[in-house]
Ligand binder design. Sequence first.
Ligand code: PLP
Length: 421
Amino acid sequence: MQTQILERMESDVRTYSRSFPVVFTKAKNARLTDEEGREYIDFLAGAGTLNYGHNNPKIKQALLDYLAEDNIIHGLDFFTAAKRRYLQALDEIILKPRGLDYKVQFPGPTGTNAVEAAIRLARNAKQRHNIVTFTNGFHGVTMGALATTGNRKFREATGGVPTVGGSFMPYDGYLGDGTDTLDYFEKLLSDKSGGLDVPAGVIVETVQGEGGINACGLDWLKRLEQICRAHDILLIIDDIQAGCGRTGKFFSFEHAGVVPDIVTNSKSLSGLGLPFSQVLMRPELDVWKPGQYNGTFRGFALAFTTAAAAIENYWSDDSFAQEVQRKGEVVSERFAKIAAWISEQGIEASERGRGLMRGIDVGSGEIADKITHQAFENGLVIETSGQDGEVVKCLCPLTISDEDLQKGLDILEQSAKQALS
Ligand code: PLP
């Protein structure tokens, strides 16, 4: 496979092509094909961007129809028919049935753009600078978002410019079972000399994706909401990775019954892998003045079109969500079995997650890498997450067939055995 020009010209910052050093050409649902015609099952799915699979035919058809008719592709933030269709689908199929009332901001096209806008909005709305975030949180790598991202690898790559405006609290489980980490947050808030500047907002992932598939307890999340309400702090749920059905509901916070003040979505929002993000905000928080936060790519009509098609095709009733929950159980059971086998080899391992956002913590990045490298040799694309990459994580398309799901799980089990025996 010809990789010379790719290796020579692309910056050393590239990552995934190091784990999977082949040239991919085609992809369909949960299968990737490389230039030599070798097929792989995809348990990475664009790091959670392809919840509806590669080249989903229903979503792609909407794009092809739209393109064939010379409809507008780029429209700054004009009113367009594509945007109207998307907002109608979002409002009627997603928000209203869930009793949610949000206004929508389209910032730049990627996840970190949504996080930047969300925290800026919170600061403007509350006229306070501080944003509370959690250990192992990952919210993006632009400066504002980076201040709320825990991992030193990213935080140290600013050329010495300090990341400011974020205060870290321990995430659920960070101090071990039996400690409710919110006791600490609440104590600091009620202690005038605790050293914590009263935050404008709290940003949190309900399942930390890059941080190691840590799923917070639903009671913990509910309590976090209550603390925010009691102290006039905005609750921002970063649903960029855990949203769009990944945990078995459209929004990951639905499991806990909380109603965030602000929500960020990206990754699978466009349904087809096109760059697209949004910030949902309670209407009274919309303190933006016209043009106060802008960007050229806020009106990507192709993404509006595919995002509307994804919502219309998959969320008009509960059947897709049920399917995700069913498949999540399948992965959970098999991951528990694989983790038990790994533990029998003297390496402590455990499975965790919610819905189809699941991982096996094997305690070290080196061991996790051995497993995922072997898996790739055996035809499975799967990545790791966590502070040292110690969690083997499954983010397969939610639309994966039962057959491919079983096949992927079989490959993973076999690869763990090959790598660790
Ligand atoms: N927030 C969360 C929860 C994420 O998982 C990510 C990316 O993995 C981001 C924000 C940043 O998104 P992007 O990489 O599109 O900027």
